[in-house]
Design a protein. Structure first.
Length: 365
């Protein structure tokens, strides 16, 4: 990581006119990465203590730093400079699946948000209640690589649709749940040069242009209905510029009244097979699993900083840690593999044992 992080060295040094700064941006990020790979470290004070150890100083090229410097670093260093590193690492990874389905869904990107509990004194992290605070992580997750590609931290009560408006990219196939149902957002995704599939509420209205026959593969995937449509009523006039598509899928589940749960999906992709559309939405669950990994395994439930910039820095470095594991082992990270890496860095596991573990994973794949 050192060549990638070295580019951050001069960031945040403009006000250091005396030339006596000892903690630089690349050193701060190195210490945070060490935090994610060492379960013994559970706080900023723990990181500060570790910076005084000779081996840490030697391996990470850092000096012993103070708690005040670490706390200040969360406010001084610009997190936007870390974003390109996340994308550089994600671009190095190849899709974990192969074949026609994987080729059709290669740009599938799950979008969702998740709350990170915040301290009461974090006034910026507003939520629904005055006595509760939370930061909201808005994440874009490339499904077939099983890796994060973009993230943003806002206050807990912020709108997920607005965050997606700001984070849109060209050439993506976004998969979204009901929380992203919005005509302006649908059209903006298309105008940006991307596509989407989004679950919508039962109240959604449309006018059928053409009902499509269902193939045997579509029926086997639970598809009940497939049609080309004009989406929405009066609210959609002047907003939506082209026809869309509606697909209804039997989830195989029943509600509390014993009725079948039917999922309604809207998409701008008119030429994709219906069964692939249903599969694309099922893949959305991968982002929920990643949230669990990020908060329960990597420990992002515990925030090291109270400022928004510091929380964003911690999340970005957690994403980089996940990408490093995926690059090392060639697959999405698991708890057992994460434990093996932590044992290796702690000196409990030797390199040949770690390589044997990774080789066994590849045999399983």
């Amino acid at each position: 990581m050192q060549p990638l992080l070295e580019k951050l060295h001069d960031a945040g040094t403009e006000r250091d006119r005396a030339g006596n700064r000892k903690l630089f941006f690349h050193q701060y990020t190195s210490l945070l990465l060490m935090y994610f790979f060492n379960p013994v470290l559970t706080s900023l004070r723990g990181i500060q203590q570790a910076s005084g150890f000779r081996k840490v100083q030697r391996e990470l090229a850092v000096d012993k730093t103070s708690l005040g410097s670490l706390s200040e670093a969360a406010r001084v260093f610009d997190t936007e400079l870390v974003r390109p590193i996340i994308r550089d690492l994600a671009d190095q990874l190849m899709p974990l699946q192969k074949g026609a389905e994987a080729e059709a869904l290669k740009t599938l990107t799950a979008v969702d948000g998740s709350l990170l509990p915040a301290l009461p004194k974090m006034a910026w992290a507003l939520w629904n209640y005055d006595d509760k605070k939370a930061a909201r992580l808005h994440l874009h997750f490339e499904v077939l690589k099983s890796v994060p590609i973009a993230a943003q931290i806002t206050e807990g009560k912020s709108c997920e649709k607005k965050a997606l408006h700001h984070m849109l990219e060209a050439g993506r196939f976004y998969v979204m749940d009901r929380g992203y149902e919005q005509f302006h957002l649908f059209q903006e995704i298309v105008d940006k040069g991307s596509s989407f599939v989004c679950a919508v509420r039962d109240q959604m209205t449309w006018k059928v242009i053409e009902q499509r026959p269902l193939s045997a593969e579509a029926k086997a995937a639970g598809v009940l209905y497939d049609a080309k449509i004009h989406l929405g009523g009066k609210k959609a006039q002047g907003v939506l510029k082209q026809p869309f598509r509606v697909i209804q899928v039997d989830t195989g589940k029943t509600d509390m009244d014993g009725q079948r749960v039917i999922l309604t999906l809207i998409s701008d992709k008119l030429d994709m097979d219906a069964e692939l559309m249903a599969l694309a939405y099922r893949f959305r669950w991968q982002i929920e699993l990643f949230f669990r990994w990020l908060k329960c395994i990597l420990g992002c439930r515990h925030l090291l900083s109270t400022c928004q910039n510091g929380v964003q820095m911690q999340v970005y470095l957690a994403l980089i840690a996940s990408l490093l594991i995926a690059l090392w082992v060639g697959r999405k990270p698991t708890k057992r593999t994460y434990e093996m890496l932590c044992f290796y860095f702690m000196g409990v596991v030797e390199l040949d044992e770690l390589n044997e573990h990774i080789a066994n994973l590849k045999k399983q794949d």
